[in-house]
Write a protein that binds this ligand. Structure first.
Ligand code: RTP
Ligand code: MG
Length: 149
């Protein structure tokens, strides 16, 4: 067992297209546990901090403009190997490369509008969760069906 937490965020295109429910459903059905969630409008500062690793790249400005263009749905999910498994469920960055059955393959067409962000490592997850959620906003609880997952 490697119980982890990860930060997932439905991007403005996913919120606008009414895909929050579909996306949440996939992680619930997988057996992961939601420990925090909120709808929010990112400030430019929050967006630049979140995507700081891409500062200086040619797509950085476009990415910050996009992620601040409307509300996002920020979430923290918990589960065994949730960081790698949620990235697998999300699919590759470009919908052209994303495997069928992944969120990006099933619902996205363009790399710029790829619906959802997921932390790419335990370090990123820790940093991103702390950027978006206070300890009080994260709820630990036991699911009685967990033994079957
Ligand atoms: P994310 O961080 O949003 O979960 O996406 P990711 O890990 O799959 O991809 P990443 O390399 O972290 O890039 C962040 C977002 O920037 C846009 N992007 N555009 N060459 C390009 O034009 C390009 N490369 C990346 C994508 O929207 C990507 O999700
Ligand atoms: Mg990334």
């Amino acid at each position: 067992m490697n119980k982890e937490r990860t930060f997932l965020m439905v991007k403005p295109d996913g919120v606008q297209r009414g895909l929050i429910g579909e996306i949440v459903k996939r992680f619930e059905q997988k057996g992961f546990q939601l420990v925090g969630a909120k709808l929010l409008q990112l400030s430019r500062e929050q967006a630049e901090l979140h995507y700081g690793e891409h500062l200086g790249k040619d797509f950085f400005e476009r990415l910050v403009n996009f992620i601040t263009s409307g509300p996002v749905f920020a979430m923290v999910w918990e589960g065994d190997e949730v960081i790698a498994l949620s990235r697998a469920m999300i699919g590759k960055t470009s919908a052209l490369d994303a495997a069928p059955g992944t969120i990006r393959s099933d619902f996205a067409v363009h790399t710029n509008f790829n619906l959802i962000h997921g932390s790419d490592s335990p370090e990123s997850a820790r940093r991103e969760i702390a950027n978006f959620f206070s300890d009080q906003e994260l709820v630990s609880y036991t699911k009685v069906i967990q033994q079957w997952i």
